[in-house]
Design a protein around this ligand. Structure first.
Ligand code: 6PG
Length: 475
């Protein structure tokens, strides 16, 4: 008999292999299974003595002592159910299965319950950080069957990234599919964060003679203090890469049509389903959609060649742009955390937002210095809104004039900035104690008799707005 296997990994694609090798680096013996023989061979070659390869999940499971610990890294969707169908034929009560893919949280909720009939302890774990993170330290967001946590905690925490205080960016988030919900919303914030940087780039690019090296220098210079973050770091690096086929920088030759795998859309869907306003997160998804409408864009650009005006020198300071980015990114986080809080209340997950912020401090794509601050803020105000926290309230208010000037200059110059302008509108409306929705309620009542409430007395009312103005109290 060979070595005792500590952990099994089913699916040895990029993420599965990287996580398996990360485990091996932490002293674990890992059994890996994949239907593609080349992937198994590559894993065994790279992992050395502590990597054992198997052709099928069956073979792998038979080689692991109970209670077994299995990490599934297969594409989200039907593939997960089909692998699970196979696994349940051989797994035994007390075994643990972790889905580390980007699964829809509703699927994970269903799978956690379904696993119970087999006595299997099911965990849905959001994993962020891409290939590099998976290999050397991702952020891991687990939830599901809590009994499993004791069995897998030390293994998962050993492979996770570490926050500035040395704590692992992996902790138990709660029951059901909340880990995947949190990861989905992480991606929703990721979409908005990336889009905000791209919109600043669109504005900077309008300055005649702006070079990619200047852009790299600027984004690099911003990557400090509270704004120190992974996405600014990679943005600087991207602007410095030369085009392998011609003079100039590669980024200028990349087709400007964004793809997406669906997690941003799921975030927007979740927000709509739960009635939580996350316009900035949703705008980032729509912005990708607009970018991919190539033919329509080209046709419309022909007929509206006036904007953006390429000869115009934009009157905007780089400090304003930096403030605009800071404020928009905080607002994206505020919306995402609000959504997590509402989803948690809806499903009874009891997710701690301070813990979520801690898990995002390192390893994940949206890591940014002020997450430490978010974690402290969320301890203080629990599930309340991030913009109610004194530190964020003060710093976003200070950055707001810059965001206003940025949005205004872009609007006047015909540069579309859906995320920055949505962040500003969100800020202004969420801070307004009086909104024009008294009129909207009156409109609804006028054409549909939907009723309205008054601001000075209890009850629901209906008025014959388009007739004699008579009003009745409904209850
Ligand atoms: C992460 C990333 C990762 C993946 C995105 C890409 O946290 O490591 O979010 O999960 O890169 O899902 O999503 P799109 O293809 O939709 O941009």
């Amino acid at each position: 008999m060979g070595k005792k296997i500590d952990f099994g990994v089913v699916g040895l694609g990029v993420m599965g292999r990287s996580l398996a090798l990360n485990m091996i680096d932490r002293g674990l013996v890992v059994g890996g299974a994949d239907l593609t023989t080349d992937l198994v061979d590559a894993f065994v070659n790279e992992g050395g003595e502590s990597a054992l390869g198997f052709r099928t999940a069956h073979d792998l499971i038979s080689a692991i002592e109970r209670p077994r610990k299995l990490l599934m890294m297969v594409p989200a969707g039907p593939a997960v159910d089909s692998v699970l169908d196979d696994l349940y034929k051989v797994l035994e009560p007390g075994d643990v299965v972790i889905d580390g893919g980007n699964s829809k949280y509703q699927d994970t909720q269903r799978r956690v319950e379904a696993a119970e009939q087999f006595g299997v302890l099911y965990v849905g774990a959001g994993v962020s950080g891409g290939e590099e993170g998976a290999r050397h330290g991702p952020s891991i967001m687990p939830s599901g069957s809590e009994i499993a946590w004791d069995l897998i905690k030390s293994n998962l925490q050993s492979i996770a990234a570490r926050g500035p205080d040395g704590q692992p960016c992996c902790d138990w988030l709660g029951g059901g599919g909340c880990g995947h919900a949190v990861k989905t919303i992480h991606n929703g914030i990721e979409y908005a964060f990336m889009q905000a940087i791209c919109e600043i780039y669109a504005i900077l690019n309008m300055h005649p003679g702006t070079t990619p090296d200047q852009l790299a220098d600027l984004f690099g210079a911003w990557n400090t203090g509270h704004m120190k973050c992974f996405l600014l770091e990679i943005t600087e690096q991207i602007f410095r890469v030369n085009d392998p086929f011609q003079d100039g920088k590669l980024v200028n030759s990349v087709l400007d049509e964004a793809k997406q795998k669906g997690t941003g859309k799921w975030t927007a869907e979740m927000a709509l389903d739960l009635g939580v306003p996350c316009p900035t997160l949703a705008e980032a998804v729509f912005a990708r959609g607009v970018s991919s409408r190539r033919s329509i864009r080209d046709q419309l650009a022909e007929v509206s060649a006036k904007y953006p005006n390429p000869d115009q020198d934009l009157n905007i300071e780089s400090d304003d742009l930096k403030d605009a980015l800071f404020a928009s990114v905080v607002i994206a986080f505020a919306q995402g955390l609000d959504l997590i809080s509402s989803a948690s209340a809806e499903h009874g997950w009891e997710v701690r937002l301070d813990r979520v912020a801690k898990l995002w401090r390192a390893g994940c794509i949206i890591r940014i210095d002020f997450l430490d601050q978010i974690s402290q803020a969320m301890q203080g105000i629990g599930s309340s809104h991030l913009l109610l926290d004194p530190w964020f309230s003060k710093h976003v208010a200070a950055a707001l004039p810059g965001l206003r000037r940025t949005v205004s200059v872009a609007a006047q110059s015909g540069i579309g900035i859906p995320v920055l302008s949505s962040a500003l509108s969100y800020y202004d409306t969420i801070h307004a104690s009086r909104l024009p929705h008294n009129l909207l309620q009156a409109q609804r009542d006028a054409f549909g008799a939907h009723s309205y409430r008054r601001n000075d007395r209890e009850g629901d009312f209906h008025t014959d707005w388009l007739g004699d103005g008579s009003t009745s109290k409904l209850k």
